[in-house]
Write a protein that binds this ligand. Structure first.
Ligand SMILES: Nc1nc2c(ncn2[C@@H]2O[C@H](COP(=O)(O)OP(=O)(O)O)[C@@H](O)[C@H]2O)c(=O)[nH]1
Ligand SMILES: [Mg+2]
Length: 394
């Protein structure tokens, strides 16, 4: 099924969504495979009060994306949503637009009663759609209950749809909905009063704190005709680009030189005895290896993006053997990954740090490493790990 899903087979997509929603073991397995593709699509959340024109707008956005040649997924978390699985909206002429077009796949779900919560169910459907290669996912949700507000969290960019004459209603929207809007839409702007809502939004923005430099723009639309949809899509993409760029910049700041925790090395008397706890915790040994020249047996337990490495001495006269005699079982070293390990070796040497290796060495799997002495790190042996040596040498 995964193969057919990846190939973009729309019947496999419909089947996969049903299997995942069923919640059986096979569904969980499929979902786990699908989750690897999360992040490949742009997810646009469309929220607002009932009757604001969200479904009509989503229909137009899907149409616009289709004209661009994109494949689209629609998740409608709204029981009153007029989507009916492939064809939508009352107007028969427009319905024909999607009927028979596999490029728009629509899934409606009730806004209550899903096991594990509505946002969880919506998240699962989004994951399957992404695995199926949908390039943009439109998520329609009513911004009223907490469940629905949670659904907004699934979107990369959130569009809040308001209409003229809302005045007091804007105030009564679920607290938090105004704050999550990345783009405001004043829909039904063919009616009078669009300026007034726009003024209210701008006034409210004046009170809100600016979020990371992005000031949510206000776009006027007439969803029934498609007026303003291009401006809306452009605003959404600007926001996505801005947010994406910010994520990268934040990532860079948090990870100079690609630094991340690679693993924690724990010295134990017996891996067989020690692994029980970690397995009870829910971790799994992914790899066991004996490194002859280090006289050590290792077991790796993946944990998030890093790992716990259990270390058992094969001989007492070894690094781990001596550590166990002197200190007993416990944390032996922290390993930090770095991009550009030679530059880091030179840098730490130049700064007068005490290194416990005289050069960058090549270890298991071709990975390059060196150790920093506890005297320089606050008492813990620190391993610096680089990437495997590129084939054919540096
Ligand atoms: N006049 C006008 N009516 C609209 C517009 N957008 C939607 N509608 C109508 O408003 C009603 C509710 O639309 P719908 O998309 O179902 O709203 P939702 O509940 O937010 O999904 C429908 O009768 C639409 O035809 C618009 O821009 N102008
Ligand atoms: Mg709707």
């Amino acid at each position: 099924m995964m193969e057919r899903l990846r190939a973009g087979d729309v019947r496999a997509l419909a089947r996969a969504v049903s299997v995942v929603e069923d919640g059986a073991a096979i569904g969980a397995e499929l979902l786990a495979a699908c989750r690897k593709f999360v992040g490949s699509a742009l997810r646009i959340g469309v929220t607002g009060p009932p009757g604001a024109g969200k479904s009509t707008l989503v229909d137009q956005m899907a149409r616009w994306l289709r004209a661009e040649g994109q494949s689209v997924g629609v998740v409608a978390v709204d029981p009153s949503s007029p989507y009916t699985g492939g064809a939508l909206l009352g107007d028969r002429i427009r319905m024909q637009g999607f009927a028979g077009d596999d490029g728009v796949y629509i899934r409606s779900m009730a806004s209550r009663g899903a096991t594990g919560g509505v946002s969880r169910a919506a998240a699962d459907v989004c994951a399957v759609m992404e695995a199926a290669g949908r390039q943009t996912i439109l998520i329609e949700t009513v911004g009223v209950g907490q469940d629905e507000v949670d659904v907004i969290g699934l979107a990369d960019v959130t569009v809040l749809v308001l209409v003229p004459g809302m005045g007091d209603e804007i105030q009564s929207l679920k607290a938090g909905v105004m704050e999550v809007a990345d783009v405001f839409v004043v829909n039904k702007s063919d009616r009078g009063g669009a300026e007034l809502v726009e003024q209210e939004i701008v006034a409210m923005q004046g009170l809100a704190t600016e979020r990371d430099g992005w000031v949510p723009p206000v776009v006027r639309t007439v969803a029934t005709t498609g007026d303003g949809v291009r401006e809306l899509m452009e605003a959404v993409r600007r926001c996505a680009a801005e947010k994406g760029g910010r994520r990268v910049r934040l990532g860079d700041a948090a990870r100079p030189h690609g630094l991340r925790l690679d693993h924690l090395g724990v010295a134990v008397k017996s891996i067989a005895a020690a692994r029980g706890f970690y397995e009870a915790l829910g971790l799994t040994v992914s790899h066991e290896e004996t490194v002859e020249h280090e006289k050590v047996k290792t077991a790796m337990l993946p944990l998030g993006e890093s790992r716990i490495e259990l270390l058992e001495a094969t001989e007492e006269d070894s690094t781990i053997g001596r550590f166990l005699v002197k200190r007993g079982e416990g944390l032996h070293h922290i390993a930090v990954h770095v991009d550009g390990i030679d530059a880091m070796f030179a840098r730490l040497t130049a700064k007068g740090m005490r290194l416990a290796s005289d050069a960058v060495r090549v270890g298991a799997g071709g990975h390059r490493y060196f150790f920093v002495h506890p005297a320089s790190t606050g008492g813990v042996l620190l391993e610096i790990v680089g990437d495997a040596e590129p084939e054919g040498g540096v």
